[in-house]
Ligand binder design. Structure first.
Ligand SMILES: Nc1ncnc2c1ncn2[C@@H]1O[C@H](COP(=O)(O)OP(=O)(O)O)[C@@H](O)[C@H]1O
Ligand SMILES: [Mg+2]
Length: 623
């Protein structure tokens, strides 16, 4: 909490001084009130002097008005500080989270980051507001009332001195048990957020698989777990108020009894006894409020440490001091194109210490303007491998170079502008088609946007929309079909003239004809660019379909993160058993029989009997 105050409180220092100062004035009036009431009782009511009662009544009224005015100022200061700090912390968190690499985002998890940015910041905000308003008030009122009461009568003060530690003890015992629960509560809230997010974002799949009951059960368990902890804390802290008020009221009884005797022997006036009772009530109530403050601050400090954990997490992928990389000149002819657009040298990557390598010792080189196809079963490391190119993850060992320069030496903005990625999951955000297409280049003209849509085979359905490029896109692009979403994300990657285009299984929802038309359009654009003296477009196509990668200049067959084969379709068909098995499971008999120099086996399965997924075994010796 202190760390957050130090980081974000500076701007609000003025408010944090003015607010409590105003509160202090209100507290002084609160402390004087019992004395004025005592005078009113003794000089007015006791002496049957109505004018004295009116006089002291007016004094009380004036004190109340002044007190309220200062309270209002304090309230405003508290609101400005807490809301301002909350906004700043949220902004800083959001900015910092955007700087974190995938590795750190994986570690925290999206639901937890959302809870931290919302609920945890709210807890801190609440504590700051209470701090400005109450941190001075209650302790000052408690001590001030105690001193004023003791000044009235020391003998009655003994009752006071017994009650105060008794309440303190109850409070200490209860709080010591409650505090550990507050930390657990936040973690349990994270779990609820996680289940909510999974259940709601996958609502269609949940319904398709009739898993509603299972999801409801999972949510109910998490909610019950959180509720049980909250109830346990509630039960414990519910002891606080009755016990403190019991002690307080017993104390008041004792004072009235002893005070009554002293009044009857003339040692104290009635007004003094009333003032004493008021001070005692004020002190003990203040202690209860201080207890509540401690609860709020304990919760806030658990939240603050979760916020600091994110803010102090250094992004593992940075580009400080990286100078812009000079792009190679476009080759005059095909023959003199020695520059490699992409090269991986003994590249390995694992998602965490102790985890198996998701990418294992991959070495390959792709010349400028060529197409690399990556094929392999689910979980073979295709997405992980391509995410190393725009540096979404850093390779654990080995290196990845783009245009001859190690990706670690590129400024990230430049690298991610040169390398355009179409992720496996098409993601669109709410806005318009135009606002979704201009992510890479905000100044792109309509002509450029239509050209990209044409290439991505998306122009037809966009043209059919009455608003065209300004047609609305709902959150997550849910008003488009899966295939339309994919085509729009492909078009988005093509805007802003990338030099390397990575499509991670991006054509999976496209029919074969559209998929082929898309690849043809990309190849044409690459050739046209080269003819016009631009750098030719280099393409990396990840797919589970042989038909999508078979025309690539080079195909990389991945198996459990390792390269099982590297070469052209014909070469691989002849030499790599895993690739051959994938082909046999997907291509038609005529297509397989047409293999040049192929090592096609005598028995080729017909498409009807072909397994849906490629076989997972790989005879590496054959590759
Ligand atoms: N964020 C992640 N954290 C931990 N493991 C992961 C993560 N993403 C992928 N993996 C693991 O890495 C392996 C390769 O995954 P991936 O590259 O997505 O495969 P593919 O794209 O070929 O289907 C899989 O075993 C998968 O479980
Ligand atoms: Mg994948």
């Amino acid at each position: 909490m202190i760390e957050l105050l130090r980081r974000f409180g500076g701007k609000f220092r003025r408010y944090m001084v003015i607010g409590p100062a105003c509160k202090l004035i209100e507290v002084i009036f609160d402390l004087l009130t019992p004395l004025v009431i005592a005078q009113m009782i003794d000089k007015g009511i006791g002496a049957h002097d109505v004018s004295a009662v009116i006089h002291y009544g007016m004094v009380l009224g004036a004190m109340a008005v002044i007190g309220i005015s200062f309270t209002l100022v304090c309230q405003k200061m508290a609101a400005l500080t807490s809301q301002g700090m909350g906004t700043d912390i949220r902004g800083a968190l959001y900015k910092h989270i955007n700087k974190l690499s995938y590795a750190e985002l994986d570690r925290f998890g999206t639901p937890s980051l959302i809870t931290r940015i919302t609920n945890d910041v709210n807890q801190v905000q609440l504590a700051v507001a209470l701090g400005v308003r109450m941190l001075i008030r209650w302790p000052f009122l408690a001590v001030g009332s105690m001193c004023a009461a003791l000044a009235i009568d020391l003998k009655l003060g003994i009752i006071f001195l017994i009650c105060t530690p008794a309440i303190g003890l109850v409070f200490w015992v209860v709080m010591a048990r409650c505090i550990p629960y507050y930390k657990q509560l936040q973690a349990k809230l994270d779990r609820i957020a996680l289940i909510c997010r999974e259940g709601l974002s996958g609502a269609r799949v949940v319904r398709a698989f009739v898993r509603e009951d299972h999801e409801r059960e999972r949510f109910a368990q998490a909610a019950d777990d959180q509720a049980n902890t909250a109830i346990a804390v509630g039960k414990l802290s519910s002891i606080l108020n009755p016990v403190t008020f019991l002690v307080m009221n017993l104390g008041v009884c004792a004072i009235l009894w002893v005070g009554g005797i002293q009044v009857s022997v003339g040692e104290l006036t009635q007004g003094q006894v009333m003032a004493f009772v008021n001070y005692m009530t004020q002190t003990l109530t203040s202690i209860v409020y201080v207890a509540n403050l401690v609860v709020v601050f304990t919760k806030a400090s658990a939240s603050a440490s979760r916020i600091n954990e994110v803010l102090n997490c250094e992004p593992s992928i940075t580009d400080e001091d990286n100078e812009p990389v000079a792009l190679p000149q476009a080759p005059a002819t095909d023959v003199d194109a020695p520059v490699s657009a992409l090269s991986l040298s003994h590249t390995s990557f694992s998602f965490g210490a102790g985890a198996a390598n998701a990418v294992n010792d991959v070495t390959l080189e792709l010349p400028l303007g060529k197409t690399l196809g990556i094929i392999g079963g689910t979980g073979s490391g295709k997405s992980t491998l391509v995410s190393l190119i725009p540096r979404l993850y850093d390779a654990s060992t080995g290196s990845v170079s783009v245009m001859g320069a190690d990706v670690r030496t590129w400024p990230l903005d430049q690298l991610r502008h040169v390398v355009a990625t179409v992720p496996q999951r098409a993601s669109l955000v709410s806005g318009t088609i135009r606002s979704n297409l201009t992510w890479r280049d905000e100044s792109a003209t309509d002509e450029e946007l239509w050209a990209a849509l044409d290439m991505a085979q998306a122009s037809e359905f966009v043209r059919n929309k009455p608003q065209g490029l300004d047609a609305p896109v709902e959150a997550g692009g849910k008003n488009f079909s899966g295939g339309q979403r994919q085509r729009l994300t492909i078009a988005r990657a093509l805007v802003g003239s990338p030099q390397i285009l990575i499509m991670d299984d991006s054509a999976s929802a496209l029919d074969f004809k559209t998929d082929a038309a898309l690849r043809h359009a990309i190849r044409e654009r690459s050739m046209r660019g080269a003819a016009e003296g631009e750098l030719p477009l280099t393409t990396v196509i990840v797919s589970q379909r042989v038909s999508t990668v078979r025309d690539a200049d080079m195909i990389c067959v991945l198996d459990h993160g390792s390269v099982a084969g590297l070469g052209t379709h014909d070469e691989l068909y002849a030499t790599c058993q895993l690739y051959r098995e994938i082909c046999q499971s997907q291509l038609r008999r005529e297509e397989l029989e047409g293999q040049q120099g192929s090592a096609a086996p005598a028995s080729v399965p017909s498409p009807a009997s072909a397994p849906a997924a490629p076989a997972s075994t790989c005879a590496k010796e054959g590759c």
